[in-house]
Design a protein around this ligand. Structure first.
Ligand code: DGT
Ligand code: CA
Ligand code: CA
Length: 574
């Protein structure tokens, strides 16, 4: 792990904060603060100074003790004192310090006087009005803290859809076991298939005497119950995921589902349409005066405002209401429309299964074809293929295809796009493949112009077929690299190339709006699993969710074609 001056400064700053919260000697606290500042202001990189000279120059405010700490941090990446302080104080103290407006003095007061140790406790103290009573706080500060935590929780604690789905699945099964429960459905951003979700919003219909809420709050994965009532309860699971459960009557199911599915801006737009017709929509139904005129199904809610049913993935207030009113809603792609998968790996590189195992798993998905696209040699961490090993695999696939029934393996490669836009393998071997999937796996930080040119040059290559994970982002881990996606899409159109929507749940790359862009420009998208083992095909459902959020229909997606229709499309690149 590379240690920079800023990392050392941050460690010293945190030590100073934690010492202050512990009421340590103020001189000691100040010594760490000064050291943090000295590190932050130093013009030379401490690590390279140490590597070069073996010792640090004399720095203002850095005595022998701190000098030793700097050595320790540079050499081990850690600091024993900080680790000890973390053990002595509740772990969430560090998190509290990250809330804007909460310095060590305030955190100390909250911790000592209100026994606030976690963000959730802080949130409750703020909601209960207990913070304003503290010396040096006041009502305005309390309000600011409340806003800061809410936005902090919303930003910091979003869960990838695949992760939320795991928690949702077990919880739904559990809730379904309570007596009198009829339906259990997850609404909110989860139902809209957002890439990440802030919390789970679960809607339950149940008999009037059902004890489903007591059953819910007895769930053994709960870390904290935030509220518990007969029709609404909120908890935080041990994973940190918040879950809101609402119980409604069967007759309100449709309007409640519509309300809690959101998005909020979509709901507001629908309510506006209702108001214009003299109707009122809420989670219990659609009302004309005192009379309920709809609400049992979502369709009935939409019909009262003159609209057809709008699929959840489109409910983002991005023009779906106007298009629905005009009768032009897309017929969104479904998982069952896929006829194959054009990106997968085997044991030959960093996958886990053999060619045959992958082929049979694809067949079990109902696929006609699966393209094997191993990494190329430049990607050494994945044991990428050189020309000899690729030729060997080509022969193996030819042999296996004679034996396989009902599924065909296509010969491909996920070839690295090198920094200059050339491909990592020679034409002579690429020429023998059914398709070439090109990918950027290095040099993410090139300028927008250079990165775009690099990809355009790769696509101009005669054998290039599909641009893999076009933005390179990893959700919550790596920002997209900077490219002009519209230029790339237009070049793909010109060259007869395609763009991948990589369905790996950490990628989901293309983004939804870029799917729309590809569709508008007439470029087909290939929804690929990037499977590294036989189970990974199940990730395709997240790719389908993303494609639906991008308004894609069956005809917009390359791998909805039958094998017979696909092969000429793969050859059509120029
Ligand atoms: P998230 O949890 O941040 O990923 O996003 P959502 O969309 O699940 O938002 P959430 O959990 O705050 O609320 C769930 C749904 O409830 C939301 O999509 C629409 C509805 N909703 C929440 N608050 C309001 C509101 O103030 N007005 C309206 N019309 N709907 C709301
Ligand atoms: Ca939610
Ligand atoms: Ca919620």
């Amino acid at each position: 792990m590379p240690i920079h001056n800023a990392d050392i400064a941050a460690i010293f700053e945190e030590i100073a904060d934690l010492l202050e919260i512990q009421d340590a000697n103020p001189f000691r606290v100040r010594a760490y603060r000064n050291a943090a500042r000295a590190m932050g202001e130093l013009g030379r990189d401490v690590k390279s100074l140490l590597e070069h000279d073996g010792k640090l120059p004399k720095l203002p405010g850095i005595g022998t003790d701190l000098d030793a700490k700097i050595h320790e941090i540079v050499e081990t990446g850690k600091c024993a004192l900080l680790e000890r302080l973390h053990k002595e104080l509740p772990p969430a103290i560090t998190e509290l310090l990250k809330i804007p407006g909460l310095g060590p003095k305030r955190v100390k007061a909250l911790y000592h006087d209100l026994d606030v140790q976690t963000l959730e406790q802080l949130l409750r103290a703020a909601r209960d009005g207990r913070i304003r009573a503290l010396h040096g706080f006041g009502e305005k500060t309390e309000r600011n803290i409340l806003d800061a935590i809410e936005s902090h929780i919303n930003q910091a604690r979003r869960f990838k859809l695949v992760v939320a789905a795991q928690y949702a699945d077990t919880l739904i099964t559990y809730l379904g076991k309570a007596s009198g429960v009829k339906r259990v459905v997850v609404a909110g951003s989860f139902r809209r298939m957002r890439e990440t979700v802030g919390d789970l919003d679960i809607l339950v219909t149940a008999d009037a005497d059902s004890k489903v809420m007591d059953h819910f709050t007895a769930y053994d994965e709960i870390a904290e119950i935030l509220s518990h009532g007969p029709t609404r309860s909120s908890v935080v699971l041990k994973s940190g995921l918040q879950v809101d459960v609402r119980v409604v009557n069967e007759e309100s199911y449709g309007s409640a589902l519509h309300y809690f599915t959101g998005s909020k801006s979509h709901n507001i737009a629908v309510r506006k349409l209702a108001l214009a017709r003299g109707l009122k929509i809420n989670e219990y139904g659609v009302f004309k005066g005192q009379t309920r005129i709809a609400g049992e199904t979502e369709e009935s809610v939409y019909h009262t405002v003159g609209l057809p049913y709008i699929p959840p993935e489109l409910r983002e207030d991005r023009g779906e209401l106007e298009i629905a009113r005009a009768g032009h809603l897309p017929h969104l792609i479904e998982l069952a429309d896929l006829k194959g998968d054009l990106h997968a790996h085997t044991k030959a590189t960093d996958g886990r299964n053999t060619l045959k195992e992958m082929a049979l798993a694809a067949k079990a998905m109902g696929f006609e074809y699966l393209a094997i696209t191993e990494h190329s040699r430049h990607l050494t961490v994945a044991h990428g293929l050189d020309p000899q090993r690729l030729v060997k695999q080509i022969d193996e696939i030819d042999r296996l295809n004679e034996e396989l029934q009902g599924v065909t393996l296509l010969k491909g490669i996920e070839v690295d796009i090198l920094e200059d836009g050339s491909l990592d393998l020679p034409d002579s071997v690429l020429a023998r493949l059914d398709l070439v999937v090109g990918a950027v796996h290095s040099q993410f930080a090139l300028s927008r112009t250079k990165q775009t040119e690099r990809i355009l040059r790769a696509m101009a290559h005669p054998y290039f077929t599909i641009l893999a994970h076009p933005t390179g982002r990893l959700i919550d881990q790596r920002e997209p690299y900077d490219v002009d996606m519209l230029r790339i899409i237009r070049e793909a159109k010109k060259r007869g190339c395609y763009l991948e929507l990589n369905a790996h749940p950490e990628r989901l790359d293309l983004l939804d709006t870029q799917c729309q862009m590809a569709k508008e420009e007439g470029v087909l998208v290939s929804i690929n699993s990037d499977a590294h083992n036989t189970l990974d095909f199940s990730n395709l459902r997240f790719g389908i969710g993303q494609a639906r959020r991008g308004w894609l229909e069956k005809q917009d997606v390359l791998n909805t074609r039958t094998l017979k229709a696909l092969l000429p499309l793969l050859k059509a690149t120029m």
